[in-house]
Unconditional design. Sequence first.
Length: 153
Amino acid sequence: MASEDSNLDSILDSALREYSNHEPRVGLEGRILRRVQSAPNARRLWPKLLPALAAIALAIAILHRDPPKTQPLLPEISRTVETPPPVFFQQPVVKRRKLPKRKPFAEPEPLTAEERALLRFVQSHPEQAREALSLSARIEEITIEPLKIEELQ
């Protein structure tokens, strides 16, 4: 199998060598150069044609626009049919009982005896009240002695 692969490889190599050894056709190079040089002219034509194409597309869109529809909302048949006069039903009157009114939620409650006493104390002795009620005066630094753990034997 390896000899068949090498034989096929050699046939392909020789065919490709013969194909690549040929000279290009006469005048091919000149034709390619002329085409490349004329290409920018075609590119310059598009900016000139673009507004004209847009105008044509706009004109087509306007001409093919559907006219506004002025058809009646109801078909002709429904206009000729007579509708019966409306019938009114009288609803029975139901007497509703009144619910008791509740107090508003945010209504203040009267002060208790303890709250009144505290208010009188604060008004009469503001400095003593400030000292008695402040948290910073009561906070003292706490020190804890280190624990001593003896070794187990």
